[in-house]
Design a protein around this ligand. Structure first.
Ligand code: AMP
Ligand code: TRP
Length: 334
């Protein structure tokens, strides 16, 4: 059975972009695979962030994942900084990763433009990501399309380390891109992302969903209600494909092309369907909110399970790299 690893930043809000792009896939995979799902707080600190709210955002992300259907009985859910081996292996990997490869990463190029002086942590972000996955010798990485380049880099890191120290020690992980490669933001200016403020949260109440969708960008050709549109270029139509039944999707396309509906009518149907799709998750979130200590406990148990695997991998890494063992710590492994 192959092992799955994926990560998500503690932005606090699980939105329909990261839900459809990744989390939905995780929930499906946990029935057939051994899954490790990690809230990556050490990644989150590579850009400016609010210190005072990080704890809350981390817990809220855990709650969101549990509400979305991540089941701690089936998969290991934990916080990255609770398992120190992530940063330890990341350091090791910096010694086999060419700087040129890191500078080529699209996400690094985008984000470094926004930093006043470019910090080493941002450049090394994909090295930590490689450590996340390889620490568990995971071979399947379910992510959205924006992470494919990072998965390719981790394959290279695995190859380089294996070539230098021990053939076959790390597997070369494969990205697993779901059906929803890239969900556009409601402002129509790029991918849906918390930092751009163009999201719909999966736990938003129906009226909040409507507030978000009502002003959302549609086909610019539809200025007046009587102007026909092209559904294929409208983000509302793209979202209908994820949340509405095939006959409704067909109706939406037709009513858009013929100006049978105004955008507002199309949006109303969409908002209702999104609200309905996430009703069970809102219910689960309410139950979890009543027992917040349970979430902390789930994360602590997850870290405990993750550590068992992480320690074993690191013991092998140190042994193959010729590092001196602490006699008392790992007597048998050397
Ligand atoms: P993040 O929320 O940026 O930590 O991303 C968590 C996961 O969701 C990653 O696998 C991303 O590729 C995926 N993801 C995030 N935003 C989107 C989006 N707008 N469309 C599709 N996938 C996304
Ligand atoms: N960089 C990923 C993102 O922003 C999050 C992440 C960190 C991740 N470590 C990972 C994803 C390991 C998959 C595997 O979405």
């Amino acid at each position: 059975m192959s092992r799955v690893f994926s990560g998500i930043q503690p932005s606090g809000e699980l939105h329909i972009g990261n839900y459809l792009g990744a989390v939905k896939n995780w929930v499906e995979l946990q029935d057939s695979h051994e899954c490790f799902i990690c809230i990556v707080d050490y990644h989150a600190i590579t850009q400016a962030y609010e210190v005072g709210t990080l704890q809350r955002r981390t817990l809220e992300m855990a709650m969101g994942l549990l509400a979305a259907g991540i089941d701690p009985g089936k998969c290991v859910l934990f916080v990255q900084s609770h398992v120190v081996e992530h940063t330890e292996l990341a350091w090791v990997f910096t010694t086999v990763t060419p700087i040129g490869e890191l500078e080529r990463m699209t996400q690094f190029k985008d984000k470094s433009r926004r930093q006043e002086s470019v910090l080493a942590g941002l450049l090394n972000y994909p090295v930590l990501q490689a450590a996340d996955v390889l620490l568990y010798k995971a071979d399947l990485v379910p992510v959205g399309e924006d992470q494919v380049q990072h998965v390719e880099l981790m394959r290279e890191v695995a190859r380089k380390w294996n070539a230098k120290y021990h053939a076959g020690y790390f597997p070369e992980p494969q990205a697993d891109i779901g059906k929803a490669k890239r969900i556009q933001g409601l402002d129509g200016r790029g991918k849906m992302s918390k930092s751009l403020g163009n999201t719909i949260g999966i736990l938003d109440e129906p009226d909040q969903i409507w507030e978000r969708i009502r002003p959302a960008k549609t086909d610019p050709a539809r200025v007046r209600r009587t102007d026909p549109g092209t559904p294929e270029i409208c983000n509302m139509y793209a979202l209908h494909q994820h949340f509405s039944s095939p006959p409704v999707v067909q109706e939406v396309a037709e009513k858009c092309r013929t100006a049978g509906w105004g955008c507002i009518e199309c949006k109303r149907v969409l908002a209702d369907n999104i609200a309905e799709a996430f009703a069970p998750m809102r219910q689960r979130a309410k139950e979890l909110a009543e027992a917040p200590e349970r979430v902390g406990q789930i994360l602590a148990e997850g870290a405990e399970k993750a550590r068992v695997v992480a320690r074993e991998t690191m013991a092998g890494v140190r042994a193959h790299m010729g590092l001196l063992p602490v006699a008392l710590r790992e007597p048998a492994e050397r």
